[in-house]
Design a protein around this ligand. Sequence first.
Ligand code: GLV
Ligand code: MN
Ligand code: MN
Length: 415
Amino acid sequence: MTSLPEIDGERLLARLDAFAEIGATPGGGVNRQALTRGDRQARALMTALAKARDFSVFQDDAANLFIRMEGRDSDLPPLLIGSHLDSQPTGGRFDGALGTLTAFEVLESLADVAFEPTRPIEVVVWTNEEGCRFAPGCMGARAFVEGKIPLEWAGTRATDDGSRFNEDRLATIEALAPEIDHRRLGFPVAAYLELHIEQGPSLESAEIPVGIVTGVQGTRWLEVLFEGQTAHAGTTSLQFRRDPLKALTTGLAALYETVMPEKADARFTVGRIAVTPGSVNAIPATASCTIDLRHPDTFVLDMLEEDIGTQLAAAAETERVSFSIRKTVDMAPVTFSEDVVATLQTAAKTAGFNTRSMISGAFHDALFLAGHAPTAMIFVPCRDGLSHNEGEYVKPEDSVAGAHMFLASVLELLR
Ligand code: GLV
Ligand code: MN
Ligand code: MN
């Protein structure tokens, strides 16, 4: 009889440190944006670690990476566990990496005791969860679920250097192709489980070590463009100006005063703003920005989106500039599988973890996987709820506790 699998906390923490060195920033975080050199280095390290344990490794056409442990019946669809390794430009070392490395730790802990699962288990590293270098986010998970790379991604360019998604995707696949096998997109999955840091303050403030995530709120990304007339900064009086930046700033000021103050559960963020031609002594010709809008309720999202359009159009009219708004991402809110959530609750009870049920404010690859297989997530607390920030921090004991909970959940899901 084999002994029971045990999480090796030291090993997990050492792995977190090793991955945090890839793309490390001076502020203590990581810049390992999707399909960059850093992302490829992280994939190469993941592959080397997997091979050192004799796990087989695969990648699909979206450059999603899979690390497989065989089960008693290898024809059964695998239990899929994992997260992502790409980061924000000034990202933290735990967002994505903690879930990926926890999943890998579970695989290793099973291998340590020669545990034979009833079905195969696969650790997945999804491509481009963040969506900041190439929009939208969760590209790998979405392509996997749809079984193809959506056509509209063909011309997508990186925000930093203008390189193309398709070329970077192929180069990333190519870099590992000599060592690992190809896998088709969208293969059947028994269930999907992902661990992630909460990225919000509720677990930490309630001193609860484990969140059981029952769903994810909706996200919309909008691209706003005002077009006016560039003209001389020194000679153009107010009445001759058609200044798109004035329309943008007054329009946004109105939105900051209304969207979140009026709807406590709404989240409204302008994360990117640009003007052309960008000359100190010329009135801009165009002013543009992105809007990230979130809410748990589709109906409220519809209302807010309409209101945003109306308020920005009014600002455009006042400044006599033209205005357009385009929706580039629409992730509907999702409710996770009741069965998987119940299994996680059972696992927590058995393992003695105090938990809280919650919905996720951040989107995750699990949001898309929920359309393909029974899915749920586990959250662990992070300091001050801070994330998408180099200062993001998870206490070592919370990372290790999360891994214990994850292992208990995997064992429960296999039953
Ligand atoms: C994920 O990174 C998100 O923006 O929710
Ligand atoms: Mn993440
Ligand atoms: Mn993130």
